[in-house]
Design a protein around this ligand. Structure first.
Ligand SMILES: Nc1ncnc2c1ncn2[C@@H]1O[C@H](COP(=O)(O)OP(=O)(O)O)[C@@H](O)[C@H]1O
Ligand SMILES: [Mg+2]
Length: 235
């Protein structure tokens, strides 16, 4: 469960001061899929950064699995994040000079997982995104879709319970984007990973359990767009 209470976030000082988030209250149950939607500059990425402890608000509470993460020291937040959370951010480019294998290894090295355990976990994550054959390839030689799959492998390798994705399909052609989308929802449905996605894509947003509409830093509405189940589908 992720709970946000009374979140206010400003950037800059004095005349430059800009309020990016205004009185945000939000609850995300475990295993939910959540879309954060809104215009460019509305505060979606800021909201995601605050939720995950990457950025600190000026006021409010961020409680993740019972832990108020704003009460933790920086190192403890980093540890908390590396144990529980995975990130797929457009800005988190893969290391081009390194192999796929080594890119996926990084979060495990940060989390101080022993070398012996790492190999199996890395190969599992690469397998999950169908990139086993590219394990030794340098990341810069991969296509856009493959790089994004690699970013997913890296995000899931430490088995996070929450996955944050900031416009994960934004730079991809629609077929490749759909493949990435399937991967994310499979992880959500099969492994119960809580999925929080910032997206412009209406179809993607409508597949989520919860849609948070944000405008000028404030939540405008929270919808639960349950799609009708397909005929013959299990309930
Ligand atoms: N580090 C920063 N310093 C100053 N302003 C920022 C910073 N990050 C974001 N902003 C501003 O806060 C607002 C929200 O940004 P952001 O959360 O990135 O929006 P979105 O992801 O919805 O496009 C924008 O007006 C942006 O210019
Ligand atoms: Mg953004």
């Amino acid at each position: 469960m992720i709970t946000l209470r009374g979140i206010n976030k400003t950037y800059g000082k004095k005349k430059q001061r800009f309020q990016a988030l205004k009185d945000i209250d939000l609850e995300i149950p475990d295993g939910a899929s959540v879309a954060i939607v809104g215009k460019s500059g509305s505060g979606k990425s800021t909201l995601m950064h605050v939720m995950s402890g990457l950025d600190r608000p000026q006021s409010g509470e961020v409680v993740v699995d019972g832990q108020d993460i704003l009460k933790l020291k920086a190192k403890a937040v980093d540890r908390f994040r590396s144990e529980k959370m995975g990130f797929i951010f457009q800005a988190f480019f893969v290391q081009g000079n390194e192999s796929s294998f080594h890119n996926v290894s990084l979060p495990l090295e940060i989390a101080k997982v022993s070398r012996g355990k790492r190999k199996k976990m890395i190969l599992e994550a690469l397998e999950r995104v169908e990139m086993t054959d590219k394990a030794q390839e340098r990341a810069r030689n991969l296509s856009g879709g493959q790089k994004q799959r690699l970013a997913i492998a890296r995000a899931i390798v430490a088995k996070p319970s929450i996955l944050f994705a900031d416009e994960p399909t934004g730079n991809l052609d629609s077929t490749t984007g759909e493949h990435i989308e399937e991967l994310l929802f499979d992880l959500n449905k099969q492994q119960g990973v809580t999925l929080v996605i910032v997206t412009h894509d209406r179809d993607l947003a409508s597949r989520c359990d919860i849609r948070v509409n944000i405008k000028d830093g404030a939540i405008q509405s929270i919808e639960t767009p349950k799609r009708p189940k397909a005929k013959g589908g299990k309930s």
